[in-house]
Design a protein around this ligand. Structure first.
Ligand SMILES: Cc1ncc(COP(=O)(O)O)c(C=O)c1O
Length: 337
């Protein structure tokens, strides 16, 4: 049977074609290169284009302060930033959330939905009332599989009554229904560009109120290491750093030994600067920082990415702390002998 030559794209919830306006705005922005933090004219021009983009995104949600727009790599990262960055002890998500919400926090509590896919407001109320720890509630505006719209304002009212933050994944709703942050009552709103004719790899978390977001993941890992491995060191700890990178020294244990031991436990990290031959040599970066060569030789690099989960960080911590304790036990035994 001959296949039809007619093409009908009916998968817009997955992704949408790039709009010519978005392509034009992007190409203008690419031409206006410069560091937006610099005060010279190129810096100012680049800053202007970013601020204009912030205003446009804020405009999608009605009357929102543009300074609350945090640009990220898409809806997935925005959801992770909301759920992990808000720093709430409890996270409650509806049973029909997108995987990027459902899987962001391992211990998330599930709010059930009815047979139409609408979140059970009484269950939400009960769940929040049952435990007074600070909470964040995440309920999407509209579902990606069914299009079902949630009673967002009611969810916000219940969350507020219990002192919980409210995050709304509005990825599927933006551009399809009018959004009004004030009416939604959400503290945090997720948006994604490629669902509405923008570029893939672009998204935003819009912070409408006074929520302080912590950079994801890295800081918690370092705090655990400091508490449980007093001899460990984080290099460059006092300097501004990428939010995903930790150079961690386990004094007395060669970095290569750590990498192999961690790999046996299923954890993959690197031992420092691998050169083009694949060999690992002393790090010129740590040498330039005048780090003691023995410490440098015992330093591994842990780098996290957008899909890194709390479970993976726990896995690393268990394996690394286990190794630290075994190695210290061996060292103390040798000293005692
Ligand atoms: C409801 C919902 N949230 C989040 C996402 C993830 O967005 P992104 O592809 O920009 O990471 C999707 C993508 O399908 C979605 O449908």
């Amino acid at each position: 049977m001959a296949t039809s030559r007619i093409e009908s794209y009916l998968d817009w919830n997955a992704t949408a074609p790039l709009r010519s306006e978005a392509a034009a705005a992007m190409s203008e922005a690419l031409g206006r290169w410069g560091n937006p933090s610099s005060v010279h004219r190129r810096g100012r021009a680049a800053r202007q284009i970013i601020e204009r983009a912030r205003e446009t995104v804020a405009g999608l949600l009605g009357d929102v302060d543009p300074s609350g727009v945090v640009f990220v790599s898409g809806g997935t990262e925005a959801n992770h930033l909301a759920l992990l960055g808000a720093g709430r002890e409890r996270v409650l998500v509806s049973a029909v959330e997108h995987d990027s919400v459902r899987h962001a926090v391992t211990a998330a509590e599930i709010i059930p939905v009815d047979h139409e896919g609408i979140v059970d407001l009484d269950a939400l109320d009960r769940l929040l009332g049952a435990d007074v720890r600070p909470a964040l509630v995440s309920v999407m505006y509209a579902n990606n599989e069914t299009g079902v719209i949630q009673p967002i304002a009611e969810v916000a009212t219940i969350a507020r009554r219990h002192g919980a933050l409210f995050h709304c994944d509005a990825v599927q709703a933006a551009g399809k229904v009018a959004l009004e942050a004030g009416a939604m009552g959400a503290d945090l709103v997720t948006l994604s560009a490629h669902k509405i004719g923008g570029l893939p790899g672009v998204g935003a978390l819009v912070v409408t109120g006074g929520v302080d977001l912590a950079p994801l993941l890295r800081d918690g890992l370092e705090t655990e290491i400091a508490a449980r491995a007093p001899e460990a060191m984080v290099l460059g700890a006092a300097a501004p750093r990428l939010p995903n990178t930790s150079a961690i020294a386990m004094p007395g244990v060669a970095a290569e030994t750590q990498v192999v031991a961690l790999d046996l436990d299923g954890v993959m990290v690197s031992a420092g600067a691998a050169c083009s031959s694949g060999k690992v040599g002393p790090s010129h970066v740590l040498a330039a920082m005048r780090v003691d060569p023995e410490i440098a030789a015992s330093t591994i690099r842990v780098s996290l990415g957008w899909s890194s989960s709390e479970a993976e960080i726990d896995h690393f911590l268990r394996a690394w702390i286990g190794l630290y304790r075994r190695c210290r036990g061996v060292a103390e035994g040798a000293r005692a002998a």
